[in-house]
Design a protein. Structure first.
Length: 197
């Protein structure tokens, strides 16, 4: 289950734009580019993506309430009951809408059935399966924030990246060579003197 290829590949392009390459045979029903920074969020919605698209990072429009409403409507249109759509959004409230840049997408139904077949007896009149994926993106503002936190030793700012910190630092290392701030990283990883292991 964890080894299938997802149909989208987002990559930063020139001038801070994000190119989302579509590699699947069937259109991706829903793609959302989300960016939240300094308490303000912005997003762009693309429906039925079958080709590649290049986007600017969305302009901040305020809080995430409008996006939550649109997501609920879209998940319902794709087959979930309204209560199911609300429950999904509530389950992922903290991680989906925290600061950062990410791409949400709904897998094409055919791909869902291929990756995770479902057989029910007796056969129901209809079945709706809506799988939402999420891809974290290291945007230019995040890279600058990480570089500043590493240089100044701001451990609390680094810690907010959680499990994505190491992958982001590896990306920065590949792009730019040495990443500074070893003492701050040591504190987070627990191998600095006086830190709990």
């Amino acid at each position: 289950m964890g080894t299938f290829s997802i149909p989208l590949e987002p990559r930063l392009a020139i001038e801070g734009k994000l190119r989302i390459s579509h590699r699947g045979s069937d259109p991706t029903p829903l793609v959302i580019l989300f960016d939240k920074h300094d308490g303000k969020a912005g997003y762009q919605i693309i429906r039925d993506l079958k080709d590649s698209v290049t986007l600017n990072l969305p302009e901040p429009i305020g809080n995430v309430d409008q996006l939550r409403r649109e997501l609920e409507e879209n998940l319902t249109a794709l087959g979930l009951y309204p209560k199911e759509a609300r429950a999904m959004l509530e389950t992922w409230r903290d991680s989906w809408f925290e600061d950062g840049t990410r791409v949400f997408y709904v897998l094409p139904p055919k791909m869902v059935d291929e990756v995770l077949p479902l057989r029910i007896a007796p056969v129901p009149r209809e079945t709706a399966r809506v799988f939402v994926g999420r891809i974290e993106v290291l945007s230019p503002w995040m890279e600058q924030e990480l570089e500043t936190a590493l240089t100044t030793g701001d451990v609390s700012r680094l810690e907010k990246y959680g499990r994505f910190l190491n992958p982001f630092l590896e990306m920065m290392q590949r792009r730019h060579g040495n990443v500074h701030g070893n003492s701050a990283l040591a504190k987070i990883r627990g191998d600095a003197p006086g830190c709990a292991q």
